[in-house]
Design a binder for this molecule. Structure first.
Ligand code: GUN
Ligand code: FE
Length: 479
C-alpha cells in the first residue's frame, strides 16, 4: 500500500474530458466521479448537480457526508483530464534540459549525457536531481513515467524510493551498458549488468511488493551499448519475471549504421533485438524513426510498443517518426519527453510537437514525397489524436490500459485539474470576459478550448494532480 492514502472517499464534480477513442474526445459535463479510499473510480454519474450527487450516489455507495471530500472543477474554465503518461524519460539527464547545442545523438551522448549520468553516483546529487525531476513532471500533469536511471544501483533505487514517496506512478530502470561506453561509465561485465538489474528489482519489491505504484523495468540502453551476453541475459530475466523492458531503436542514421557494423549478421536493427530475445509485447522502443517497412512489420508482429519523442527528435536533428504509419500497422504508440534529448519535462509539449512534426510529413519535398497528396495529408495528427497518445496510448504502451488513461468505473483516479483561466497571453481573460464580454474567451466550442490549451498551455494551467486518488501536486504559482 503506498503511503498517505487520502483516507476518505472522494467526489469530483464538474466537466471531465478524456479520449473516448483515437481521434475523439468525450466531454462529460455536470458529472460526478466517485473515488473510493483505495483511489479507484467506483461510480460516474452524468447530468447531475452536486445535490443530486449527494443524494443518489452517496446513497447507492453507502457513503455518508462526513466520509467524503469534494473537489469541484469550476464553470467552463476548468476541467478534469486523465494524468499524462510519459513513456520515455531519463531522470538523471534532467539538469541538461535545453543543453544540446548542435550535437546529434552519438556526440551528444559522449559530450553531455554520459558525464551527467556518471555524476549521479553521488547520492546527495542524485537525490537533488531526482526530487526536482519528479516534482517538475508531476507539476506538468505526468502521473506515470517510464524512467531510465543510471548504471548506479544505489542511485537507481533512490529514484524508485522517491517516486514511491512522492506518489508518482513509475517504471524505474537500472541502465545496462557493457559495451562501447566511456571507461568512467560502463558495466564491467554482462554478469555485473544482470546482478545490478536484479538488485534493483529486489529493492523495488521491498518497497512496493506488488509493483502497484513503482515497478522495475529491464533497460538495455540500446544495441550498440550492449553485449550479446547482456541482451540474452536480460531476455532470460524477462521470461522469468514477465517484467516490462525499454530501449532505443533507430533514432539516428549514424546509430543505424553503427548497428549494421556491430551486427553484420543481423537483417536490421529490429532484428538485433528480436534475435536476442528482446522483441515482445513487453518491450517499449523509443524513437523508431528510420525503420524499414520490414522492421515495422516485425515490431507489429511481436506486439512491441513505441514511445514517440518528437521534442527530442527535433532537438537532436534525429528525424520525424511516422506515427500514422506505425499506428496503421497496429503498433501501439505513446508519447515520451525523452528528457534531456527532449528539452521539456512536459507531455503537453510533447503532444504539441507530435502534432507539429506530423504536419511536416505533409510538406512536399519531405520524407513522404513518395506518397500521394491524400496520404501526406493523412500523416497529420489532430489535437484529439495527440491527446489520446498522451493518455490512453501511453497506458497501452506501459501495459496499464486496464488501470489508467481514461475515466471509467474500475480505473484508478490518476488525473489533473486544468484551469484555462491561466492560459498565458489572456487566451482566457478574467471573470468579466467569461460572464460578460465573451469575445476573448468563452466563444469557443469545447474542442477549440482544448486546442488552445494544447498550443498555449503549460504547468500554470495544471492546478492539481492526483495519482491513485492521492493528491500529489498543488499548483503554487502566484498571479
Ligand atoms: N540512445 C542511447 N542512449 C540514449 C539516451 O540517453 N537518449 C537518447 N535520446 N537516445 C539514446
Ligand atoms: Fe532516450
Amino acid at each position: 500500500m503506498p503511503p498517505s492514502q487520502p483516507g476518505k472517499n472522494q467526489v469530483f464534480f464538474g466537466t471531465f474530458i478524456h479520449a473516448k477513442k483515437f481521434g475523439e474526445l468525450e466531454y462529460l459535463h455536470n458529472t460526478a466521479i466517485c473515488v473510493d479510499v483505495s483511489g479507484k473510480i467506483v461510480a460516474i454519474e452524468p447530468n447531475c448537480n452536486q445535490q443530486k450527487a449527494v443524494e443518489t450516489v452517496y446513497a447507492r455507495l453507502g457513503w455518508s457526508l462526513d466520509t467524503v471530500a469534494i473537489s469541484v472543477a469550476r464553470d467552463h474554465r476548468q476541467f478534469f483530464f486523465p494524468g499524462f503518461i510519459d513513456t520515455h524519460v531519463h531522470a538523471p539527464q534532467y539538469p541538461n534540459i535545453g543543453v544540446f547545442g548542435k550535437s546529434t545523438l552519438l556526440d551528444w551522448l559522449n559530450k553531455y549525457t554520459f558525464p551527467m549520468e556518471a555524476s549521479l553516483s553521488s547520492l546527495p546529487k542524485a537525490r537533488r536531481v531526482y526530487t526536482r525531476c519528479i516534482r517538475r513532471t508531476l507539476a506538468h500533469g505526468t502521473t506515470t513515467a517510464a524512467y531510465y536511471a543510471t548504471i548506479d544501483v544505489n542511485a537507481t533505487n533512490l529514484l524508485a524510493d522517491l517516486c514511491f514517496s512522492m506518489g508518482q506512478r513509475a517504471f524505474v530502470g537500472r541502465v545496462c551498458m557493457d559495451h562501447l561506453g566511456p571507461e568512467y561509465y560502463i558495466d564491467e561485465s554482462p554478469d555485473h549488468a544482470l546482478a545490478a538489474t536484479r538488485a534493483t528489482i529486489d529493492h523495488i519489491r521491498s518497497i512496493d511488493s506488488n509493483f502497484e505504484i513503482v515497478s522495475p523495468i529491464l533497460t538495455p540502453r540500446f544495441a550498440p551499448a550492449c553485449s550479446v551476453e547482456t541482451m540474452r541475459g536480460l531476455s532470460e530475466l524477462q521470461k522469468q519475471t514477465q517484467l516490462p523492458m525499454q530501449t532505443h531503436i533507430s533514432e539516428n542514421v549514424n546509430e543505424v549504421e553503427l548497428v549494421k557494423e556491430l551486427f553484420p549478421d543481423s537483417r536490421s536493427y529490429a532484428d538485433v533485438y528480436d534475435t536476442h530475445g528482446l522483441l515482445n509485447e513487453k518491450m517499449i522502443l523509443a524513437h523508431a524513426i528510420h525503420l524499414t517497412e520490414e522492421e515495422a512489420d516485425l515490431i507489429a508482429e511481436r506486439k512491441a510498443k513505441i514511445a514517440h519523442c518528437p521534442c527530442s527528435n527535433s532537438a537532436l536533428t534525429s528525424g520525424i517518426a511516422r506515427v500514422r504509419w506505425l499506428l496503421g500497422k497496429g503498433i501501439q504508440v505513446g508519447l515520451g519527453t525523452d528528457m534531456s534529448g527532449g528539452y521539456s519535462p512536459s507531455i503537453l509539449e510533447a503532444a504539441r510537437q507530435a502534432k507539429l512534426v506530423s504536419n511536416h510529413l505533409a510538406v512536399p519535398g519531405g520524407r513522404s514525397d513518395d506518397l500521394s497528396w491524400e496520404e501526406r495529408e493523412e500523416a497529420k495528427l489532430s489535437v484529439e489524436e495527440v491527446l489520446y497518445l498522451a493518455t490512453r496510448g501511453g497506458a497501452q504502451v506501459l501495459g496499464l490500459a486496464n488501470k489508467v488513461g481514461v475515466f471509467e468505473v474500475g480505473k484508478q483516479w490518476d488525473a489533473q485539474l486544468v484551469d484555462l483561466g491561466t492560459v498565458p497571453d489572456e487566451v482566457v481573460e478574467d471573470d468579466q470576459a467569461i460572464h460578460g464580454n465573451v469575445d476573448v474567451f468563452g466563444w469557443e466550442t469545447w474542442d477549440e478550448r482544448v486546442a488552445k490549451w494544447v498550443f498555449n498551455g503549460d504547468d500554470r494551467n495544471t492546478k492539481k494532480v492526483w495519482v491513485q486518488g492521492r493528491l500529489v501536486h498543488v499548483q503554487t504559482y502566484m498571479y
